[in-house]
Design a binder for this molecule. Sequence first.
Ligand SMILES: *Cc1c(COP(=O)(O)O)cnc(C)c1O
Length: 347
Amino acid sequence: MTVEAIDLRSDTITKPSNPMRQAMAAAEVGDDVYGEDPTVNRLQERVAEMMGKEAGLYVPSGTMGNQVCVKTHTRAGDEVIAEAGAHVFFYETAAAAFLSSVQVYPVQGHNGVLNIEDVRRVIRPDIYYMPKTRLLCLENTHNRAGGAIYPLKDLAEIAAFAHSAGLAVHLDGARLWNACVATGVAPAEYCRHVDSVSVCVSKGLGAPVGSVIAAKKEFVTEARHYRKIFGGGMRQAGVLAAACLYALDHNIDRLKEDHEKAYAFAQKVSVLPGVRVKMETVQTNIVVLDVSETGKKAAEWASRLRENGALLGVSGENTLRAVTHLDVSLEQVMKVAGIVERVFGAS
Ligand SMILES: *Cc1c(COP(=O)(O)O)cnc(C)c1O
């Protein structure tokens, strides 16, 4: 590429800023496998407190955060219920089967939100020749549902139902921060209803690496054991945790700017011929463009857009995904909207 393309593929592409790098350079560190990294410990305590949980655990990725929790909640041969588009089912390379020997039962939701009746129907009866349904995984915001927020009331209701049915509840809160900023609901308000949560610091918050899980002390002690088994025991990880602490201090409130950019982008591209955007799901920093009516596949559009200086993700055969983040300005996002307009208009 001759000119640098504007990259809206994901909020994971954000790079650590100079002041964040300074915080990393200044971090006090120790061996975190010995539990002796003061900066990691501070991060874990801080996130646990924000989530209203007893303890936290820093892990290298959101996938590991989810999978360590799946492992801690289940035994081999169990079943886990997740929404059909959930990251834990869709994007984690069958890790639940690979690492925990459990089966995921996908249930179709509406904008990422599960219907209680639909979940009730798939919980297994207590019969020896069936798997034991052990865990319900929720996702907020929901990635494949276009960043839609899981409404607090729905989350509370389904979690209460799952608990009454004897299931544990895990929340994939990779973008929980976005939900909180958009709604004004505190993270602990969502997390009060779940047994474990995993939040990403490497997405919209702009840290280079890591997620934090939070849960009861006992759970986290066991999760730490599995983190080591999964290869996630890190040594002087304080340099990374310092970036996360910096992100928590400086980059949460500003997520609302990402939401405004996404909404402005969505409004502009949703009126283009052949492009459909489910505006009701444009609640945070993700916009999904359905191009099925254009007669061309999403991958072809993505490569045309790329040639014109705009990078969008391909999230399905007929869907493109744009994600706003702290490394793109409103002008750049609107420039991409202009490129989309031009490219779709020219064909
Ligand atoms: C990005 C993401 C994750 C974790 O992804 P990693 O690349 O493993 O850090 C988990 N859940 C959701 C919903 C995500 O969007």
